[in-house]
Design a protein around this ligand. Structure first.
Ligand code: KG4
Ligand code: ZN
Length: 337
């Protein structure tokens, strides 16, 4: 099954063609809107939606060309219907639905989080596996039992870890997008002399990053002066400790033999190294997809939606509407009111 996938949930306009059974990405294009949102220091939904609309036709033509395919060679058209920014999702879903109708092919409603959850299968992982999803919108530990069956073990009670990186980067006045810049700056610092508070004996699998973020703000406003690089290093180390500890608890609880990390924050080398060590301690194999598959992309969207169809799981239809929120363990597709 050859699926054309469209991803427009946030500030990346992405198109991909995937051979689902072969688990092969035939071609993909990503247009990052970073420069357009930079003047506002955050994603502006109106600007994101307009950029998706302007970019999708040419990106789709280029992706098909790269794959060596005509539109007639596509078996289904998939688009992210959620979670994400509703107006941005409307652009991608309307584009994909229109294409599907014109081609007389099925439209598949893709779940963005399921896309992240299944993307490690494009890098050799095979369910069941323990998943740590760490992105700008999500921090979750879940068992991926099989395609379409997920057990949520823990999630964030407040900020997502990527969001905390973004906010700390903003506090340190780093250029947009601030999250990845925190890693760059942390590499030049030493956080050893800075004590950041976070619960040390917390045995739950839920996360909280709001306190850590506030502690960084207090440090910046406090009497003791610290180098920004040292603060960034201390913050990053605290995140590594929290994510590693919770992952170890989950590895012990589930006995998972494979541990995978997905989402934009999994691009962070210190976090990857911490998670790899956690897996090794429990005799589990660690798999982190290549960076391009960790951050938002359309290959994971085409693949996840296509896999559901191949497994004859509900995949939505032309009536499936965009949804801003949709936890991984809730039935898919979202109900149409
Ligand atoms: O998965 P993703 O591309 O988009 C969604 O949120 O769905 O993740 C983006 C998030 C942002 O919050 C960004 O700051 C964070 O991932 N991120 C990083 C790094 N690269 C991206 N956080 C820490 N270190 C990085 N190197
Ligand atoms: Zn994402």
């Amino acid at each position: 099954m050859i699926v054309l996938g469209i991803e427009t949930s946030c500030d990346e306009t992405a198109v991909a063609v995937v051979d689902v059974e072969k688990r092969q990405i035939l071609a993909q294009q990503i247009y990052s809107q970073v420069a357009e949102h930079a003047p506002y220091a955050g994603v502006v939904p109106e600007i994101a939606s307009r950029a998706h609309l302007e970019r999708l036709p040419a990106l789709t033509s280029q992706t098909l060309k790269d794959a060596g395919l005509e539109l007639a060679g596509i078996d289904a058209v998939a688009a992210t219907v959620g979670p994400g920014l509703t107006t941005a999702l409307l652009v991608g879903t309307t584009f994909a639905k229109t294409l599907a109708v014109a081609l007389g092919k099925p439209f598949l409603a893709a779940n963005h989080i399921e896309g992240h959850a299944l993307s490690p299968m494009l890098a050799g992982a095979e369910p069941p596996y323990l998943l740590l999803l760490v992105s700008g919108g999500h921090t979750q530990l879940a068992m991926v039992d099989k395609v379409g069956s997920y057990t949520l073990l823990g999630s964030t009670l407040d900020d997502a870890v990527g969001e905390a990186f973004d906010k700390v980067g903003q506090m340190l006045k780093l250029p947009y997008p601030p999250g990845p810049q925190v890693e760059r700056v942390a590499a030049t610092g030493n956080g050893a002399g800075i004590e950041l508070p976070f619960p040390k004996n917390d045995r739950s699998l839920d996360f909280s990053f709001a306190g850590l973020k506030t502690a960084v703000l207090d440090l910046l406003n406090g009497k003791n002066r610290h180098e920004n690089a040292d603060i960034a290093a201390a913050f990053q180390q605290a995140c590594v400790t929290i994510l590693t500890k919770k992952s170890q608890l989950a590895l012990k609880q589930t006995g998972a033999k494979t541990f995978v990390a997905a989402g934009g924050v999994a691009a962070n080398a210190a976090i990857r190294a911490g998670l790899q060590a956690a897996a090794a301690k429990h005799g589990a194999q660690f798999i982190a997809p290549p960076l391009a598959l960790c951050t938002d992309n359309a290959a994971m969207i085409a693949f996840a939606a296509g896999l559901r169809a191949v497994h004859k799981l509900p995949s939505g239809n032309l009536s499936t509407r965009p949804v801003p929120r949709h936890p991984l363990d809730m039935p898919w597709p979202p109900a149409t009111a």
